[in-house]
Design a protein around this ligand. Structure first.
Ligand code: NAP
Ligand code: ZN
Ligand code: ZN
Length: 349
């Protein structure tokens, strides 16, 4: 066992505080990583504040991890000491079910092993602890390679926000000439804009924040619609082929369904803790629309996304925070006051 410095939540409302955790000794297939940066995802907040249900404390969040390999097990073949690597939302899965065999490990029928807050059946059976920590030990099959030259801090959010938006864009086969809508301009939303543009789509951003209009255009959005303005929403009617919904709070999606053209699809990515108003079936039926959801992405697709981002010069727009600023950063994220992702500098732990 090695000791790692970390920040953990000890109750739903106490905020994060310094803690020391133990990391297992790397096994034959494990990679030990000295963590340099970790993005702050809204899922971290939902989790530690128990907005998605009860959890076991203390819990170290963080699943947008980038660092340097500090040790490899005897049978590791894909990584060497000194490599720049990343870890996203999962650190293992059963490797035997159809989803795992098809490279969709996130949908593992036995449940993927989350990077934090999951029991780890293959290793020590202990609860996993995430990336707001100085080191982590992960099986090499769940470790990603950070492309050479990519800014490491700005790459961290790709490990969740990047893959979560890339995967449905690819699943829907978004390409040149398609019209894509993005609801909510936060961590996921701003990555969705960049990735959809890089795939050749025209992009419409739906935001509740009038102040984000100019910034959305700077990110590459072709149109920005203030979703609280019924006239602007009506003007967007029947215009889009695909919409990614990244909103972290309960909201009515029916007005967005009206902006889809025939055969369009709205993919739900945000996972609010409160129920959402039901989708009107008539809206779906009259234009053969689809309403679906999507969970992060598989390991191979995550590597594909990182390589795609390197090729298109895409990283996240970030604000780096110290460990003692984590609680303030959470409050600012809930208030929508971030452009567009906070990233922890793990050297400050
Ligand atoms: P974020 O950075 O906080 O962005 C969420 C955005 O939603 C806000 O910037 C805001 O954009 C919009 N919004 C509108 N009304 C809101 C309200 N009342 N409260 C909060 N946000 C509101 O969050 P994120 O990290 O991108 O995550 C977004 C959601 O996706 C979360 O629910 C998260 O848990 C979920 N998620 C899902 C997956 C998956 O695999 N499906 C993966 C990662 C995260 P505007 O100001 O532009 O309106
Ligand atoms: Zn996340
Ligand atoms: Zn599986």
């Amino acid at each position: 066992m090695t000791q790692a410095n970390a920040y953990a939540a000890t109750s739903p409302d106490a905020g994060l505080e310094p803690i020391t955790i133990e990391r297992r000794d790397p096994g034959a297939h494990d990679v030990e990583i000295a963590i340099e940066f970790c993005g702050l995802c809204h899922s971290d907040i939902h989790t530690v504040r128990e907005e998605w249900g009860g959890i076991t404390f203390p819990l170290v969040p963080g699943h947008e991890i980038v660092g340097t390999v500090s040790h490899v097990g005897a049978e590791v073949t894909q990584f060497a000491v000194g490599d720049a690597v990343g870890v996203g939302c999962m650190v293992d899965s059963c490797r035997e079910c159809d989803s795992c065999l098809e490279g969709e490990e996130q949908y593992c029928s036995r449940g993927n092993t989350g990077t934090y807050g999951a029991t780890d059946p293959r290793h020590d059976g202990e609860m996993t602890q995430g990336g707001y920590s100085s080191s982590i030990v992960v099986d090499e099959n769940y470790v990603l390679s950070i492309p050479e030259g990519m800014d490491r801090a700005a790459a961290a959010p790709l490990l969740c926000a990047g893959i979560t938006t890339y995967s449905p864009l690819r699943y829907l086969d978004v390409q040149e000439g398609d019209a894509v809508g993005v609801i909510g301009l936060g961590g996921l939303g701003h990555m969705a804009v960049k990735l959809a543009k890089a795939l050749g789509a025209t992009v419409t951003v739906f935001t509740t924040s009038a102040g984000k209009t100019a910034a959305a255009h700077e990110l590459g959005a072709d149109a920005v619609v203030l979703s609280t303005d019924p006239a602007a929403m009506a003007a967007a009617k029947d215009s889009l082929n695909a919409i990614l919904d990244t909103v972290a709070a309960s909201h009515d999606i029916n007005p967005y369904m009206r902006t889809l053209a025939r055969d369009g699809a709205l993919i739900q990515l945000g996972l609010p803790s409160d129920d959402m108003p039901p989708v009107n079936p008539g809206l779906l039926i009259r234009k053969r629309l689809a309403y679906g959801g999507s969970l992060i992405g598989g390991i191979a697709e995550t590597q594909e996304m990182l390589d795609f981002c390197a090729e298109h010069n895409i990283t996240s727009d970030i604000e780096i925070v110290r460990a003692d600023e984590l609680n303030e950063a959470y409050d600012r994220m809930v208030a929508g006051d971030v452009k567009y992702r906070f990233v922890l500098d793990n050297s400050t732990l």
